[in-house]
Design a protein around this ligand. Structure first.
Ligand code: GTP
Length: 430
């Protein structure tokens, strides 16, 4: 037994060394192969005012033109992809792209929220975004409740990059409202947009102010954790990434030539070059590391086991107050199962009753037939008995007639009649 032997804390599973190869250690490889075959889904949402460099950063992150940059076009023009209009002036658009790297397929969906923060009154700007995230949870929940769950489409948002305007003055009321409403529904990753417009010192001070505001308002943001790792390298990498949050990023679709002649993504200024992938210039590399290289699975996992599960529980509990509502029945798997079991039991009971009735009918019919053939047999027996009785009487009569004469022939006939009489056995006694 795992916790047998009496020495060791009760209930704690002990590490056991195995004597031979069983094979389950191959599970990660199987999972890996399966994931490579199927590909991954990853949904990233970007939120921030117009012109903060959202599209540029996405295209820089994925090294491809996932997202069309508008290059001076009217920011109210909708981009390609699905679009949901909203009365708050915030629209939700999404584009998907299949990206393949070293044979691994990534189905990337980028959800943009044009119009966010661009109105005079942005008090309700968070609402359509929250509703969109929750509607994706609802769609997933509805699929989970289906009988056939083999083809679940997962459009849940795995991470939300919140672009903070590089003002240097801490979070604005609109930023705080947004984060407070969204932090329990999505993995929030705050980024300082267009960080090249601030000096390194300003960036440090701005980060400190943002973190202080986040702490003060009890906002939960996504952070790589170090406590559940044994490997010192992973721990220090995670600490380094976590220490850069909120990431101060620079994006660029342009390449610049450095003094050594190499071409790098960057932004050219009269006074020099800002390199996107230079860790001394900005936090782009750390953000990419976390999102795509080390914490993509963690983000997907958090979405599923933490954010979605808590939404689902709250939704079911809220619906539980209106038990007669058909929506509740639809969304309560336990109740649905109980209902199905009750219907099944009733069906079985009905089937059993029908079978019993048929059986009784058959037995009745068989009994009738048996009784009829018994009666037929009895009447045949009676007829035969009467016939034989009659024959006996005839023979008796003949016998008496013959015995009245003395001739030897008569004596012989009388003897024969006696013998026949003696050999007669009543069929009823047979
Ligand atoms: P909307 O599409 O209007 O929501 O804007 P957006 O946030 O997607 O910004 P977009 O990527 O279209 O960039 C707007 C402008 O900012 C473009 O001219 C970009 O070249 C420029 N830009 C993007 N990233 C940066 C950056 O990191 N630093 C600077 N200085 N400019 C940037």
């Amino acid at each position: 037994p795992a916790n047998g032997g009496g020495n060791g804390s009760a209930g704690a599973a002990k590490k056991k060394k195995m004597n031979g190869y069983v094979g389950f250690s191959n599970y990660p490889n199987q999972q890996h192969r399966r994931s490579i075959k199927r590909g991954f889904n990853f949904t990233l949402m970007v939120v921030g005012e117009s012109g903060l460099g959202k599209s540029t950063l996405i295209n820089t992150l994925f090294e491809s033109r996932v997202y069309p940059v508008k290059d001076g076009e009217d920011s109210s023009t909708p981009r390609n992809g699905a679009q949901v209009a909203s009365p708050t002036g915030v629209d939700i658009t999404s584009v998907s792209a299949d990206i393949v790297e070293n044979g691994v397929k990534l189905r990337l969906s980028v959800v943009d929220t044009p119009g966010f923060g661009d109105s005079v009154n942005n008090d309700e700007a968070w609402r359509p975004i929250l509703e969109n995230i929750e509607s994706r949870f609802d769609a997933y929940l509805a699929q989970e409740n289906r009988v056939n769950r083999s083809k679940i489409v997962d459009n849940r948002v795995n991470v939300l990059l919140y672009f903070i305007k590089p003002t240097g003055h801490g979070l604005r009321a609109m930023d705080i409202e947004f984060m407070k409403h969204l932090h329990t529904r999505v993995n929030l990753v705050p980024v300082i947009a267009r960080a090249d417009t601030l000096t390194p010192r300003e960036v440090e001070q701005f980060k400190a102010k943002i973190l202080a505001d986040i702490n003060f308002h009890g906002i939960h943001i996504f952070k790589p954790v170090s406590d559940h790792f044994d490997d010192p390298e992973t721990i220090s990498d995670n600490k380094a990434i976590a220490g850069k949050i909120p990431f101060a990023v620079v994006g660029s679709e342009q390449y610049v030539v450095r003094s050594d002649g190499t071409r790098v993504r960057g932004r050219q200024y009269p006074w020099g070059v800002i390199e996107v992938e230079n860790e001394n210039h900005n936090d782009f590399v750390a953000l990419r590391q976390m999102l795509l290289r080390t914490h993509m699975e963690e983000l997907r996992d958090q979405t599923d086991v933490s954010l979605y599960e808590s939404y689902r529980t709250q939704k079911l509990l809220a619906l539980g107050h209106v038990q007669n509502n058909s929506v509740f029945r639809e969304f309560n798997p336990r109740r649905q199962q109980e209902e199905e079991e009750r219907l099944h039991a009733a069906k079985m009971h009905k089937l059993e009753a029908e079978m019993s009735a048929v059986f009784k009918q058959k037995v009745h019919e068989k009994e009738g037939k048996l009784k009829q053939s018994e009666e037929e047999l009895h009447s045949r027996h009676q007829t035969m008995k009467l016939t034989l009785e009659k024959q006996r009487r005839d023979l008796e009569e003949k016998k008496s007639r013959f015995t009245q004469s003395d001739s030897p022939q008569v004596a012989a006939a009388a003897a024969a009649a006696n013998a026949a009489n003696a050999s007669f056995v009543d069929p009823a006694q047979r």
